[in-house]
Ligand binder design. Structure first.
Ligand code: ZN
Length: 137
């Protein structure tokens, strides 16, 4: 079952130049940053209420984020919905003829499991399902 919006992913060409806006101007709590090698991105997380903001900077021109930035520039990249059963959720999507980019969950940040829907199936809004790890996500 989908529980809530977990985070909003924002593509940035430079974490260093965007972090001060979220940290100093908006005053959001920083949850730190980490590199996700599989997706070739550096991620900085902030929290605001129950929702997180995920800033994504590509570490390689091969990164899907680099391709997004080339096409569309900096901006909102995806919306992530939290579920307590990602495998069931993926099956439900497929049963409803929703095309999945990830037919099996893969590793996200902080031990989360994530899966993306194909934007063709979600009105061109890139949509992520995420299931928190043991320490939340
Ligand atoms: Zn995300």
């Amino acid at each position: 079952m989908i529980k809530k919006i977990n985070h909003i992913g924002i593509a940035v060409s430079s974490l260093e130049s965007q972090i001060p806006f979220y940290r100093d101007i908006l005053g959001l709590d920083s949850l730190g940053s980490e590199e996700v090698e599989e997706q070739k991105v550096k991620v900085a997380m902030f929290s605001v209420g129950e929702v997180k903001i995920e800033l994504l900077e590509p570490t390689s021109s091969e990164s899907p984020i680099a391709k997004f930035l080339e096409k569309r520039g900096d901006g909102i990249h995806h919306i992530a919905y939290e579920t307590d059963g990602i495998i069931d959720e993926i099956r439900n999507m497929e049963d409803s003829d929703i095309q999945m980019l990830d037919k099996e969950p893969r590793d996200g940040t902080h031990g989360t499991k994530i899966a993306f829907l194909h934007p063709k199936s979600s009105g061109r809004v890139l949509t992520e399902l995420c299931q928190p790890g043991e320490n939340g996500c």
